[in-house]
Ligand binder design. Structure first.
Ligand code: ADP
Length: 181
């Protein structure tokens, strides 16, 4: 299974990706986690990401695409869940090109949905460094402007499934499993 978890910041993509990967032995590929790791370790990637992340802006597409390409090279053949990538149309097109080169394709894109109040509350509770009220508001705008258009990109390919992201973690997990079947 090669799949994308799509949805607003705070909708629970990371939690659900962790569950899916544990159950099926897939790789959890979370660009946000990779970038935070780079920042913590002071790598070049971290340096490139730090400012944009602290503002709640997106890191440059080229930086992200290079990161994903390297990651895919390292996990040859394994199933995976992309969490937080792609986030722009340029990233989605870049991913398509990479997959085409590998003669692979995406099996599913699962869109996790929840009302804005729910995701804002979750982010406030989570309390990460980029979860301040202003940054949260800005990241939601960025989601609306740059990431939501991916729905229109994946829908015509017939691989998009919408899953209600409100409820108990286990319930949502089962909904996603059904959407993958
Ligand atoms: P959330 O899903 O709550 O937004 P993430 O960990 O996925 O959290 O992302 C945190 C931040 O990392 C984003 O606001 C952005 O600055 C950066 N980031 C993560 N993934 C990408 C990506 N694919 N493209 C650009 N920036 C990204």
């Amino acid at each position: 299974m090669r799949m994308v978890l799509l949805g607003a910041p705070g909708v629970g993509k990371g939690t659900q990706a962790t569950f899916l990967c544990k159950r099926h032995g897939w790789k959890h590929l979370a660009t946000g986690d990779m970038l935070r790791e780079g920042i913590a370790e002071g790598t070049l990637l971290g340096l490139k990401a730090k400012e944009a992340m602290s503002r709640g802006d997106l890191v440059e597409d080229d930086v992200i695409l290079e990161l994903i390409e390297k990651t895919l090279d390292g996990i040859k053949g394994a199933g995976y869940v992309l969490d937080g990538f792609p986030r722009t149309l340029a990233q989605a097109r870049g991913l398509d090109e990479m997959l085409e080169k590998r003669a692979e394709n995406l099996d599913r894109v699962v869109l996790l949905t929840a009302d804005t109040e729910v995701v804002v509350e979750r982010m406030v509770l989570r309390g990460r460094v980029d979860d301040t009220p202003e940054t949260v508001r800005h990241r939601l705008e960025v989601y609306e402007n740059s990431t939501r258009p991916l729905i229109g990109f994946y829908e015509p390919k017939g691989i998009l499934r919408r899953v209600d992201g409100v409820g108990k973690i286990e319930e949502i997990h089962e909904r996603i499993e059904s959407a993958l079947a």
